[in-house]
Design a protein around this ligand. Structure first.
Ligand code: GTP
Ligand code: MG
Length: 198
């Protein structure tokens, strides 16, 4: 898919606040600082479309971007920076949970995971929760430029072991780097498939 245009459309506080419209949505989520905004800018070829910051946890709203005048990319607030709740429920925004569970426009979710880390409980718990939702998802291992492919392959394998059995089929995996644009073609192909299957 060629990206011809990408513009910020609207922000929403929660599911009720989301726009009623036709286009298919594809959402990006991950822990704060995983490289979500950088990835959105890399995919759209637009530096500064999504805010990249050294201070984690900046994105608090659901941000909708109109791509090629035809589909919507959704930048979701990262999990892991809200206060941990006492009953140790997964620590992410309730409005994000509602959106992922109930948004009818949503065709696919990309879950971003730092390729340098061994499986983190918060990511595993999130994928466990998401596995109970009907929406299909892909795991995207970010910042692969920071280490050898061998190390990345090891963390991917460990993560797939940690989530083994959450769904009947293991999710597709894409290795990415916003710095050297690794994974861009695969992610956009996956978006294209998601849109045409809705
Ligand atoms: P929040 O919105 O704050 O939760 O963070 P985010 O997930 O949007 O991450 P962001 O894109 O702001 O990136 C966080 C930091 O990681 C920044 O310093 C980026 O420059 C850096 N970074 C992101 N992606 C990559 C990558 O692929 N390679 C390298 N080397 N650095 C990256
Ligand atoms: Mg961000």
């Amino acid at each position: 898919m060629k990206i011809k245009s990408a513009t910020f459309s609207i922000s929403a506080k929660n599911l009720e606040d989301c726009p009623v419209w036709e286009p298919t949505e594809v959402a990006f989520i991950g822990r704060s600082n995983v490289g979500k905004s950088s990835m959105i800018n890399m995919l759209t070829n637009k530096d500064g479309l999504a805010k990249v910051s050294a201070t984690p946890g900046k994105t608090r709203l659901l941000n909708f971007f109109l791509i090629n005048e035809s589909w919507i990319l959704v930048d979701l607030p990262g999990y892991g920076y809200a206060k941990v709740s006492k009953d140790s429920k997964i620590d992410f925004n309730e409005s994000v949970g509602d959106y992922l569970e109930h948004r009818e426009n949503l065709a696919h979710v990309f879950v971003l995971i730092d390729s340098r880390l061994t499986p983190q409980k918060i990511d595993v718990d999130f994928v466990h929760w998401l596995s109970g939702c009907p929406v299909p998802f892909t795991l995207v291992f970010t910042k692969a430029d920071k280490q050898s492919l061998k190390k990345t392959t090891t963390t991917v394998d460990l993560f797939l072991q940690a989530i083994d059995g959450f769904r009947a089929e293991p999710p597709p995996v894409i290795v990415s780097s916003s710095k050297d644009r690794t994974g861009r073609v695969e992610i956009l192909q996956s978006v294209e498939r998601a849109i045409s299957s809705r």
